[in-house]
Design a protein around this ligand. Structure first.
Ligand SMILES: [Zn+2]
Length: 174
């Protein structure tokens, strides 16, 4: 987390703005999950901040990084209402770590599996969902943007489950 980001979060907590405060985390009971969501949100916002200063993005991509950041700040993050719902339940065809509904201003619903791989994983998931909330629904388009914005922000994104189906590959394929 950058120093300015940290100070912003601190300020937000003090003034009860929603950016980093508990208001966005209603519904989470587990303190480890709350910490993970907060860490992931800071990481995601930090990537989008750094992406806006990256020479690897053009002006419209930088503008989109700002849009994703704004969307993340405004989004509510909630636990999935039922961990056995269709989106989350791996034994029932679900496979996602988090999801958004197609309603306007949908919260980001986090599945139990969203917490399995640490906060940096969850941060990438947040960026992915925020891209959807910014109006891009296509998974392949979202995945390309997710990889590009996070890389430009100094992160090292993992290949999400759409990667192969979308025909994406990269130089560091093993
Ligand atoms: Zn998606």
């Amino acid at each position: 987390m950058t120093r300015s980001r940290f100070l912003f979060c601190l300020l937000s907590l003090i003034t009860s703005l929603s950016a980093c405060g508990q208001k966005t985390l209603q519904g989470f009971q587990d303190s480890a999950q709350i910490m993970s969501v907060e860490d992931a949100m800071s990481q995601a916002l930090g990537w989008m901040d750094d992406a806006q200063n990256s020479s690897s993005l053009d002006a419209s991509e930088k503008a989109f990084a700002l849009k994703v950041k704004t969307t993340l700040i405004e989004s509510r993050v909630l636990p999935s209402p039922d961990i056995h719902n269709m989106e989350c339940d791996k034994s029932n065809g679900g496979f996602v770590a988090a999801y958004v509904s197609n309603e306007e201003n949908s919260p980001i619903f986090v599945c139990e599996s969203g917490f399995e791989f640490g906060s940096e994983f969850l941060a990438q998931v947040f960026v992915h969902e925020a891209i959807h909330l910014s109006g891009i629904l296509d998974e392949c388009q979202t995945t390309v943007l997710e990889q590009k914005l996070i890389s430009a922000g100094g992160g090292n994104p993992f290949k999400n489950s759409y990667f192969e189906a979308c025909g994406l590959s990269s130089d560091d394929d093993e």
